[in-house]
Design a protein around this ligand. Structure first.
Ligand code: ZN
Length: 286
């Protein structure tokens, strides 16, 4: 606990009033949180490389072909490195392109072997997480890593939860497979999350991922402005890359976003998920 001198008066008043000690402890903790929240921007503002005030990672899931055909040229013209969460079967379908992606310095991440999600998705009914075990997920993740290493010569260091779902089983037998991800990877990224990551607090095994599909730059810009205020690490997540369409990150948005991020005055450190996670992990060490 840390208290500002001025707050002691209030605490003492409570004690004198005969309030139980536990209440005081709870109150101090609340005050502590408030003080830390107020102090956070100043501390976090110095936490990123090159004097940046926030970190930004772009990530794309499933190994969709358009990430290679449409995405690689966009990233190349801005000198940007992104994170591509692939399933091995997608890489096998377009091996030459994915080898180019890896050779260009983009991070190749693990998105599991079979992309198992809840059986509520018809595509996943035959491989539903509700019927899986933690042991099966471990096998899925290690097998995907081995396959990707054989195909692309790199072993993934980070993971993206298919459909953002972190459970196996159902009802009272439900378990989380987050601990397996924590054991095997530097970071595990979610999907459709609402908030950026606080680098001083985030559990890297549940790094948040905010959707960028179907958005224009003007919808992304407020996330950057907010992130800069608090020194956040914003991880954006998308699927297809193209002019428009379902589950598609727009090329026009990417061009604007990457141009904006490359201006030093905008205070953004663009990094792959693994690069940013590595720094966060180092700084979280006691
Ligand atoms: Zn996916």
């Amino acid at each position: 606990m840390r208290l500002m001198p001025g707050l002691f008066t209030l605490v003492h008043a409570r004690i004198i009033a005969g309030v139980a000690a536990l209440t005081v402890v709870a109150m101090c903790t609340m005050m502590d949180r408030t003080l830390q929240a107020q102090a956070a921007p100043a501390v976090a503002a110095t936490a990123w490389p090159n004097g940046a005030r926030m970190a930004l990672s772009l990530s794309f899931d499933d190994g969709r072909e358009s990430q290679v055909t449409q995405g690689l040229p966009v990233f190349a013209r801005h000198g940007a490195k992104v994170t591509l969460y692939v399933v091995p079967s997608a890489v096998e379908r377009g091996l030459e392109g994915w080898r180019r992606a890896a050779a260009a310095g983009h991070e190749i991440g693990n998105h599991s072997l079979t992309h198992s999600c809840s059986g509520n998705f018809p595509f996943s009914r035959e491989k539903a997480l509700e019927e899986h075990s933690v042991a099966r997920m471990r096998q899925e993740l290690t097998a995907a890593n081995a396959r990707l290493a054989a195909l692309l010569g790199v072993t993934p260091r980070t993971f993206a939860y298919p459909c953002g779902q972190t459970f196996v089983g159902r009802g009272r037998a439900t378990q989380s497979y987050v601990p397996v991800v924590a054991e095997l990877f530097l970071a595990g990224r979610g999907w459709m999350d609402e908030a950026a990551n606080d680098p001083s607090y985030v559990d890297l095994a549940q790094t948040t991922g905010v959707e960028m599909d179907g958005k224009d730059f003007e919808q992304i810009r407020p996330l950057l402005e907010e992130g800069r205020k608090v020194g956040a690490w914003l991880v954006l997540a998308g699927h297809e890359i193209g002019a428009s369409g379902r589950q598609t990150t727009r090329v026009a948005m990417l061009d604007q976003l990457l141009a904006y991020a490359s201006q030093p005055a905008n205070g953004i450190w663009l990094a792959t998920v693994a690069e940013a996670a590595e720094l966060v992990a180092k700084r979280q060490q006691p």
